[in-house]
Ligand binder design. Sequence first.
Ligand code: NAP
Length: 296
Amino acid sequence: MEQVTVIGLGEMGGALAAALVRAGHRVTVWNRTAARADALIAAGARLASDPETAIAASPITIVCVSDYTATSAILTSDAAPAALGGRTLVQLSSGTPRQAREMSAWAAETGARYLDGKIFAWPRQIGGPEAAMFLAGSAAVFEEAKPVLKSLAGGLTHLGEEPGIAAAYFSAGLAYLAGHWIGFAHGAHIAEAEGIDVNALGEMLGGFAPVLGEDLRHMGRVVAQGAFAEPESALKTAGNDIARLIDQAADAGISDAFPRFAAGLFQEAIRAGHGAEEHVAIIRTMRDQGPRQPAP
Ligand code: NAP
């Protein structure tokens, strides 16, 4: 069993630390709000008084806090950078590829070995076979860290040595999930207005999961091969259907924010001449447009 430190004991960091304790590792923890460590201490973890003491306690430190800004605030405090020298730092907080690359470069300056990982799981799945974790960084460091990381996620993937690649996958996956969450919320909004049981809606859409899984693979192939022609369902057909959600919202007296946004993207693609193509040909207008506003 390994010695491992976990910094950050929120919903996800707490689940990571608990899984490591369950797996029998010797776990040291630190969190800005110390009280969040109480249950872990009762389960056998040790609480460090500050970040540098936590880092010094183990050859490997896992950080899972809100973002890279919080991570930097913790890891640059007092003697924390000096403690990192010669140790392995695994950043599991979410962030952008640029932030991951910058943190990798900063970690190298401190003499730390760095892995940048992103979690595709809910906290309750951590430690089990359904939890997926993607990591970027040195293959040798990944191999060394594997006994610890395997205790966190059954689905463990090393994507490569480029430090931003796990964050790039995470950003792309999050973009997909954003549509998934907003789409369901608007569907539930319709269900409520029309007197439909939202539980039944969730069950019905859940039943489509295998079909949606195949559609995701299909869209990946279409975009990768540029094979937008000859769709089973044309972009303009779906775009016109989605535009009718604006009428439905007006009829029901509910928000039309999501249908207006979605219909707008479809209409732009139709105007650009992609109406007879695959739904995912929307990417072609995105490519042509580039960024519209400076990043927030
Ligand atoms: P959370 O419950 O809100 O916990 C946030 C953690 O960050 C807490 O430990 C908090 O400390 C700490 N923190 C925030 N700002 C800080 C600062 N300036 N200095 C020191 N500590 C600070 O969030 P979470 O759900 O655990 O998420 C943590 C990371 O995991 C995020 O990057 C998230 O995107 C990622 N993630 C989460 C999930 C999920 O389902 N929850 C799934 C995948 C990825 P205090 O306790 O002192 O406030």
